[in-house]
Ligand binder design. Structure first.
Ligand code: PEP
Length: 251
């Protein structure tokens, strides 16, 4: 049985006071029978780690450097994140791919580096609207996954999470329907199963893209959707907690 996870990606929002308050509110009321993860901006990681304390809510970063040390001005390594109290890190979020030009090969290097630093990578994958409408969704996802298989092997996915985030659904208010999301999640699980049925069976597959309190239950009720990666709705404690509750109800 896979334990559901709900992760909040705060992106580049808020200030320290908001980070502390939001984290404390989530920590106070988050359900204890699912995994709840908060991914604040880098400068607020330690604030959030302190605010959540030891109630079981964990903290992740939104990105990491593909190297552990050295002359990489402006970058942050996985080791630094682990030392700051992170357990997880997002890799390959669509904004990193589209705005910062990260390739699937670079994302795969970051995936591997995260694991070498003792972090659980959350590998974000997804197709654009044009790609979906051209019937290329599985081809695109395969192209994003293959470098990870090449870099880390299927065993790498035994210590990772995948977040399927259709680009057209992120921040648009237009979520995938539960059926569309389930179809793609089932494809992803079957794709991993071709490499290892055991890894596929245990793999957490999160859905991300305009998840809100009112559509979370129907998405999380699908057989291959194990929780969500939440952007906008994670910036407000009540909506994020309602989404967490929806994941609990699906167990
Ligand atoms: C995200 O940024 O990963 C995301 C899913 O955003 P939103 O929930 O706002 O669509």
């Amino acid at each position: 049985m896979r334990r559901p996870m709900v992760a909040g990606n705060w992106k580049m929002n808020g200030r320290r006071g908001m980070a502390a308050e939001l984290a404390a509110a989530v920590a106070e009321s988050a359900p204890r029978d699912i995994d709840v993860l908060l991914c604040p901006p880098f400068p607020y990681l330690s604030t959030v780690v302190d605010a959540v304390g030891d109630v079981g809510v964990t903290v992740g970063a939104q990105n990491l450097c593909a190297h552990s040390d050295g002359a990489f001005t402006g970058e942050v390594s996985g080791e630094m994140l682990a030392e700051s109290g992170c357990t997880h890190v997002l890799v390959g979020h669509s904004e990193r791919r589209s705005l910062f030009g990260e390739t699937s090969a670079q994302v795969a290097s970051k995936f591997r580096r995260a694991q070498d630093a003792g972090l659980v990578p959350i590998l974000c994958l997804g197709e654009t609207l044009d790609e979906r409408e051209a019937g290329r969704t599985s081809e695109v996802l395969d192209g994003q996954l293959q470098p990870v298989f090449d870099e880390a092997g299927v065993e790498g996915l035994a210590r990772a999470v995948i977040a399927y985030e259709p680009v057209w659904a992120i921040g648009t208010g237009r979520s995938a329907t539960p059926e569309q999301a389930q179809e793609t999640h089932a494809w992803l699980r079957a794709r991993v199963s071709r490499e290892s049925p055991e890894v596929a069976a245990g793999l957490l597959l999160l859905y991300g893209g305009s998840v809100k309190a009112d559509n979370a239950a129907s998405l999380f009720g699908q057989a291959d959707i194990d929780g969500g990666l939440i952007g906008g709705a994670s910036l407000e404690a009540d909506s994020f907690l309602a989404i967490c509750k929806a994941a609990t109800a699906q167990q």
